[in-house]
Design a protein around this ligand. Structure first.
Ligand SMILES: Nc1ncnc2c1ncn2[C@@H]1O[C@H](COP(=O)(O)OP(=O)(O)OP(=O)(O)O)[C@@H](O)[C@H]1O
Length: 303
């Protein structure tokens, strides 16, 4: 469990995080979303004891990071790939980290194989691609076999296979009852990986709910309908408060769900030939929410 309570962080005049509270629970993948500069990295750094808060607190498994008895076996983190000595091999890099964290050498080859770098273990990391460095960063996070993982943009630089691999790794991790907090700008990927979302804007909490609820709540009802008598059906639907547009060979109906539209067509004795609820994607919903938040901020800053 990761617990962030009333967290505020200021850098001079910049408030990076403002009175932010949320919990990241076990057994699910929690996506951490927000536009550039929203405060995600700052929050993750504070959770990992790399920055101190101006006020409020963050704990991991019940303790502040600096008070953890065995940090590497409690939480694994990937904040930015690439901080690796280029002359060192992948295996030596991980051995050094394992020694510092008090983790046995046997884990080094185990994690190299988990991340698909077993064959490159002796190569200098200076010759690694961005994708290989990401895999090495994830290997380092897994060294202590921790129950909690915090990953900032883990799919950066990965190809399709690599992205699929991260997805299945995190799914397995969550299904084992572990805790995963993950940030990504790739919404299509986040939609496939995350069970739960924490969304922030300008350092403040905008949403903290299951991904499905987030999409449903912000989607509104939108249904494509076609029938034997679109004009008559459209009139009935408008009477019931729907917004109806003619859409190709049918109608696009907003404001009523598919079940209600079906009921109206039955009582009007107008057979339907199409009834398709339209779901928004995470990207649609997220972009809308961030734009709305930006407009609201601009307004409150002007007045
Ligand atoms: N060390 C620092 N000194 C001064 N300002 C900082 C520092 N770290 C972050 N900031 C500022 O705090 C705000 C939040 O930054 P942060 O990196 O946490 O956002 P983010 O959500 O991770 O953004 P991105 O998605 O671009 O990585 C930004 O305005 C940033 O410029």
């Amino acid at each position: 469990m990761i617990d962030v309570q009333n967290l505020t962080k200021r850098f001079g005049d910049t408030t990076a995080v403002e009175n932010l509270s949320f919990e990241v629970g076990p057994g699910r993948v929690t996506g951490f979303l927000g536009p550039n500069g929203a405060g995600k990295t700052t929050t993750m750094r504070i959770v990992l004891g790399l920055d101190s808060p101006s006020s409020g607190a963050a704990t991991v498994a019940g303790s502040a990071y600096r008070d953890l008895h065995d940090p590497m076996r409690t939480v694994g983190a990937l904040l930015a790939a690439g901080h690796v000595h280029p002359g060192r091999s992948a295996r030596d890099h991980l051995r050094m980290l394992a020694a510092v964290g008090g983790v046995g050498d046997s884990r080094v080859d185990a994690v190299l194989s988990t991340v698909g770098l077993a064959d490159a273990a002796s190569q200098r990391t200076g010759a690694f691609s961005l994708g290989m460095l990401q895999r090495l960063g994830i290997a380092a996070a897994l060294l202590g076999d921790p129950p909690i993982l915090i990953l900032d943009e883990p799919v950066n630089g990965l190809d399709t296979d690599g992205i699929r691999w991260v997805r299945s790794l995190l799914r397995t991790f969550a299904d084992e009852g572990r805790t995963v907090l993950l940030s990504s700008h790739v919404m299509s990927e986040m939609e496939l990986i995350a069970d739960h979302l924490v969304v922030i804007g300008a350092g403040r909490l905008l949403a903290d709910e299951p991904l499905r609820d987030f999409i449903d709540r912000h989607s509104g009802h939108s249904v494509r309908v076609a029938s034997a008598a679109d004009v008559a059906l459209g009139a009935r639907l408008r009477e019931r408060g729907a917004h109806v547009d003619v859409d190709g060979g049918g109608l696009l109906v907003r404001g009523l769900d598919a079940r209600t539209i079906g009921g109206i067509s039955v009582s009007a004795e107008i057979p339907l030939t199409e009834l398709i609820p339209i779901r928004k994607t995470l990207e649609d919903v997220y972009t809308g929410l961030v734009e709305e938040h930006g407009r609201h901020r601009a307004k409150t800053e002007v007045y």
